[in-house]
Design a binder for this molecule. Structure first.
Ligand code: GLN
Length: 538
């Protein structure tokens, strides 16, 4: 197949309808039929990337192998497809404008007036086709962030219109995701908001080819007929997306509704094989039929917002299914935890994870949590800041350096066991300047880390500025906190663990970004297994 086909996914009526999950589910079905598929997300905000956004604003910042700080939907794409994404898969308005303005400064527009149309739209269209032109994909799905009708979405909508026109018949299609609200008082599902939203799209010159309708109740045949007639789509192109108990059910629900078939038909592509969802369905079966149940404490400072720790929560779902275990994640706010309340807040947990994070808020609670897990021999897993807290806790309570800290929290501490690297010291720009993306790590044999991974060389994704301070390595190791994973090029410590504990591991990187349905992350899998073991006491 030489012509890459494009599917654009827009959203209407309301935000948070789950465009990312619909795009990922459709991609999964197309991939399972044998099509090389990728998904990209175009976000209408002015930040160059979400790296500078507070997790309360935008949820977790997801990191790719090539070090891009991206929208959390890219995490869903990887978890569903098991194919790595990259910077090319996430573009924001900020990035588009930055690039156009830089070109203007270099004089590349040869004296022309630089305008939204055509310069911004051309830049958007070029980026929309970047992955398609690589020759690696048969189908590229592009999710447009935001809601149709928003001022800031307009250049994207115009770019989609132009591109669909330029690509020609059957080469580019539009899926519009909307909400069909249920009015309890009237006992009725309402189609009017969808009609209006489709109309708004049409005013911009785009005709939706497929409507995906989020709904709490089944759509009747009559209602589908009505939607088809008023929204100008075929009846088979009205796809119901009913609320599901897990996002991992959505590919099967879309298969039942025939979303993949309609899309292929519109793109004039053969259906090929029936989607091979064998492994996917085995995962679902295990997920839904657990034999054990554990409670795992997630100690962090952004716990009020589920999306802040999205990849960690999903990694627990994958690891839970692998262990045939229902993992109840108990969110614990580190800011409200201290030596006095640690016991009452952490007692009874089968495992404890100390979360990543930035800044000083809540860190004393995290340090207390590590102490509790260490002393009470509860399986402990520290990620990034969580690992740094484990190093600080050991330095304070075992080495006796009461003021041990990270220079992120206290620049003048006499014992900076976590400190900033030389090359980070003069950096003033916050965006895209941390240690980001995949870095090598070598594991020492006969360690927990080595047993877990079953190999010595690993690649894991990072997102942090501060590091284990090598000056304290010998002292900490002699006292029992071992560095069991080290970057072979820089010597930086990436993993610490305690031998005299059933399961105590801290990693400087973010394993959660690499956990997928097809490849649950071994650290999460083994941590959940340790929690099960701790609970049943064998
Ligand atoms: N704030 C810490 C650092 O920058 C940890 C970052 C994180 O947990 N992602 O090193």
């Amino acid at each position: 197949m030489n012509q890459t086909k494009y599917i654009f996914v827009t959203g209407g009526v309301s935000s948070s309808l789950g465009k990312g999950i619909i795009a990922a589910s459709l991609a999964k079905l197309l991939q399972a039929r044998g099509y090389r598929t990728t998904i990209q997300k175009f976000d209408p905000y002015l930040n160059v990337d979400p790296g500078t956004l507070n997790p309360y604003e935008h949820g977790e910042c997801y990191v790719t192998d090539d070090g891009a700080e991206t929208d959390l939907d890219l995490g869903h794409y990887e978890r569903f497809l098991n194919v790595p994404t990259s910077q090319a898969n996430n573009v924001t308005t900020g990035r588009v404008y930055l690039s156009v303005i830089e070109k203007e400064r270099r004089g590349e527009f040869l004296g022309k007036t630089v305008q939204v149309v055509p310069h911004i739209t051309n830049e958007i269209k070029e980026r929309m086709q970047l992955l398609g032109k690589s020759g690696d994909y048969d189908i590229v799905i592009t999710e447009i962030g935001g809601t149709v009708g928003d001022i800031e979405s307009l250049p994207y909508i115009e770019s989609v219109r132009q591109l669909v026109w330029e690509l020609g018949e059957n080469n580019g299609i539009v899926i519009h995701l909307t909400l069909i609200p249920y009015l309890a008082a009237a006992g009725e599902l309402k189609t009017k908001p969808t009609q209006h939203s489709v109309k708004t799209l049409m005013e911009s010159g785009i005709k939706a080819d497929i409507l995906v309708c989020r709904t709490e109740h089944e759509l009747s045949q009559d209602l589908r007929q009505k939607l088809a007639l008023f929204c100008n789509v075929k009846k088979e192109a009205v796809i119901q997306s009913i609320d599901a108990s897990t996002i991992y059910d959505v590919p099967n629900l879309m298969l039942e509704e025939g979303l993949d078939k309609v899309a292929l038909k519109k793109l004039d592509l053969p259906e090929k094989n029936l989607p091979d969802l064998l492994q996917w369905n085995e995962f679902l079966h295990k997920l839904k039929n657990p034999k054990h149940e554990v409670n795992i404490g997630l100690v962090g400072k952004y716990v009020e917002l589920q999306d802040s720790y999205k990849s960690i929560l999903e990694a627990f779902i994958h690891a839970g299914a692998t262990n045939e275990t229902k993992v109840n994640v108990v969110s614990i706010h580190s800011e409200y935890l201290d030596a006095k309340t640690a016991e009452s807040q952490l007692k009874g947990l089968d495992g404890i994870l100390v979360a990543p994070g930035f800044g000083g808020r809540g860190i004393e609670g995290k340090i207390e949590t590590v102490r509790y897990a260490r002393e009470n021999k509860i399986p402990f897993f520290g990620i990034c800041l969580g690992m740094q807290m484990a190093v600080i806790e050991y330095s304070r309570n075992v080495l006796g350096y009461k003021d041990a800290n990270s220079t992120e929290m206290n620049e003048s501490t006499a014992h900076p066991v976590i400190s900033i690297m030389e090359e980070q010291k003069n950096i003033t720009d916050k965006g895209g300047t941390m240690r980001l993306g995949a870095w090598k790590c070598q594991l020492k044999e006969n360690t927990l880390a080595h047993r877990i991974y079953g190999k010595t060389d690993i690649l894991e994704r990072h997102r942090h500025r501060y590091e284990f301070n090598g000056e304290y390595l010998n002292e900490l190791e002699a006292a029992g906190l071992k560095a069991t994973g080290v970057n072979p090029d820089t010597g930086l410590v990436e993993i610490v663990e305690l031998e005299s504990h059933p399961f105590f591991i801290g990693v400087q990187y973010h394993p959660e970004y690499k956990s997928t349905v097809a490849n649950p992350h071994p650290l999460f899998v083994n941590f959940v297994a340790a929690a099960v073991k701790n609970k049943v006491g064998c």
